[in-house]
Design a protein around this ligand. Structure first.
Ligand SMILES: [Zn+2]
Length: 133
């Protein structure tokens, strides 16, 4: 089975490790500032929401947006950790479907890619067809 060069693996390992720790940091920072935010809000007057329904609605929108963001980020964090696992196991850069090497340009654009473009399209097409049923 074909694999990536050791040199390339090392390079991707560095890129992914950096992304991973930057995102960890970011999530931790965001968590801390939202705790502070909550503490500040519990200190605020309880009646303020009742007086400003529009404000409450926009707070809710912000909250949902933050949750969506957090969900997306934590998914990405898992993908990065998975990619590091695959580097350790020597399966990084190999398409999980057709077992061929994923082109370098694709890995450079999407370091967490687990499929080559062809297989990705194939899987997506199948998913869309299944969704139609
Ligand atoms: Zn493939």
């Amino acid at each position: 089975m074909e694999t990536l060069d050791k040199k390339d693996l090392e390079r991707f390992k560095r890129i992914i490790t950096e992304k991973h720790s930057a995102l960890c940091e970011e999530l931790r920072y965001r968590e801390q500032s939202s705790i502070k935010e909550n503490q500040r809000e519990t200190g605020a007057e309880l009646s303020s929401y009742a007086n400003h329904p529009a404000e409450a609605a926009s707070d809710y929108a912000n909250l949902t947006m933050n949750l969506n963001l957090a969900e997306r980020d934590s998914k990405y964090l898992v993908q990065l950790a998975d990619a590091l696992d695959r580097i350790e196991q020597g399966t990084y850069g190999i398409c999980v479907v057709c077992r061929k090497l994923i082109p370098m340009v694709r890995l450079e654009a999407v370091p967490t890619a687990t499929k080559c473009i062809e297989c990705k399209h194939e899987v997506k097409k199948r998913e869309q067809e299944e969704a139609k049923r």
